[in-house]
Design a protein around this ligand. Sequence first.
Ligand code: SF4
Ligand code: SF4
Length: 420
Amino acid sequence: MQNISFIIDGRICTTEKGTNLIEAAKQNGIYIPTLCHFKNSHELGSCRVCTIKLNGRAIAGCTIKIDEGMEIEVNTPELLDTRKAILEMMFVEGNHFCPSCEKSGDCQMQNLAYETGIRYTRFPHLFIERNIDAGAERIIVNQNRCIKCKRCFEEIRTNDGYKVFSFLNKGSKTVVSVDYEQEAKLSEFEAEYAMNICPTGAILVKGKSISKPFGNRLFDQGIEGKKIPFNKTNINKTNSLKKRVATTSLAGCFGCHMSMLDIDLGLLDIIEVVEFNKSPLTDIKKFTQRCDIGIIEGGCSNTHDFEVLRTFRENCDILVSVGECAIWGGLPALRNTIPLEECLKEAYLNSLTSEDNETIIPNHEDIPKILNKVYSNHEIVKIDYHIPGCPPNSNHIWSVIKNILFEEEYEIAYPEFKYD
Ligand code: SF4
Ligand code: SF4
């Protein structure tokens, strides 16, 4: 077949007439991200991550067959931001707890979030209560992580041609469901194939879904081994004025503070140029001076967290949310899909360590009130910067802080920029 010409972002490209745009772009060395496009035969257009502009109109790129002279925009600032916003919407619409997810490191959606540089979402998380369906013979469907891409619908069929996956309900209540009878007909290999083609951790196979160790996961080094070079920077020791830093841990596990300390001897360089004020690192309980920067670990789970966060905003020029809990609630936000009363009963009356016939849920004016849900810090006060990770790598944390305080340039290695 004869090649035809078309244009992407002003560049003349060639391919066979009728080739799918995602594939045609790839042939010409241009990457268009997508989560639903899987095979040329399946032009689903369901995830919209591949949104491009054809003749000025926004459209899902995977639904386009190339024709002579087409003019396509792919990587304009507007389209890059649109793609990022679509991904952010996926994160807030589902319940994505990457640090505890079996697919973490092997997840295409998570990797795309790294690639697009998402550090936090501009939309609030919805925390909709959804099921984990473990009733089928081998496959578990975690509805919290499904992005409704329809790959599994199209690709997974029984030998006698029946679909195994479909949608239940409509609108915002739509969830993926598995047909137990058809699922039982799948071989072990076919069940694992379903898990592997799902771009998220929504489909798992019993006994096969344990996370691989760090370093062995699909995206540990980025797509096709892509690496971002890391130039370790030295602190600007010519700066004579020490900067003042405060830190706190709200609803977190102190892992981010542990990571900050993990810089080891690098701390000796740090304390030459900064001094710590209110912080668990110094045990200074109250601000004694205004600080240049406040580093916040953990989100807001109770009224005390709320007050501490406001005090930090009042006393620090710049606030930085460090880690997943600070950025969107993290693992403490697992409770956000469960009514507070139920959580308290589980913790104080029904837990393994509760006394038999326990009836008291602690409640006193001196005890901070538990909020109805765990809030991300930027829902409460203005946060200037976000450093993702659970916990973020220590070099990454200090590189960002030095960049903010001393305008030092920095680069990070791909494995240092992690949500998990
Ligand atoms: S690893 Fe993927 S599926 Fe799992 S929680 Fe993160 S984004 Fe969701
Ligand atoms: S279960 Fe996975 S493959 Fe199926 S629609 Fe949801 S995200 Fe897509």
